[in-house]
Design a protein around this ligand. Structure first.
Ligand SMILES: [Zn+2]
Ligand SMILES: [Zn+2]
Ligand SMILES: [Zn+2]
Length: 174
């Protein structure tokens, strides 16, 4: 269960803004993304690596698009729920190793997986596609897995939270 439950989301989007009755709501959340690397350098755009509406799990802020009223917010880590960790998660740089190539076969095309802060908006039940400006070297970008185009996943962070470094095990997601 995320900070924002599916039931609470349902309630927020059907009610809309409690101040101005606006129906368009802006969401801020952490979601999984995949970045193509060649010799450790990004060679393409980030693409989303989460299924359907699984983004609900990482939502930490919901505001009215019209009047900016804050309708939901949580300052815990969006992944492991460590108290008060959000600010640091958004401000710290990536510490997870960015591979130059696959250590098994030497192939230089690698998919690097990370959690990144993103935004989306909802109008009634319709959600827009998530967007982010957060890139590999920006604060808030946190890698946790690397996969070789030829031989699959060769590195994955499992002993601590990729966002706030709290020790594993992490709670299961949706
Ligand atoms: Zn409003
Ligand atoms: Zn955490
Ligand atoms: Zn490989």
């Amino acid at each position: 269960m995320g900070l924002l439950t599916p039931e609470k989301l349902e309630q927020l989007v059907s009610t809309g803004c409690t101040k101005c009755r606006g129906k368009r709501l802006n969401f801020q959340m952490y979601v999984d993304a995949r970045l193509p690397l060649m010799e450790g350098e990004p060679v393409g755009r980030l693409t989303w690596a989460y299924d359907g509406e699984a983004f609900v799990d990482g939502v930490y802020c919901v505001e009215c698009a019209a009047c900016n009223a804050e309708l939901f917010s949580a300052d815990a880590c969006p992944r492991c729920h460590a108290d008060g960790a959000l600010e640091r998660v958004l401000e710290t740089d990536n510490t997870y190793d960015v591979p130059l190539s696959c250590p098994r076969c030497g192939h230089q095309e690698v998919s690097y997986f990370a959690m990144v802060p993103a935004t989306t908006s909802y109008e009634g039940k319709r959600a827009d596609k998530a967007r982010t400006d957060c890139a590999l070297l920006d604060p808030g970008f946190h890698g946790y897995k690397a996969s070789c185009k030829q031989c699959g996943v060769f590195a994955e962070l499992k002993d601590r939270c990729m966002l706030c470094d709290a020790p594993a095990p992490l709670r299961p997601r949706l």
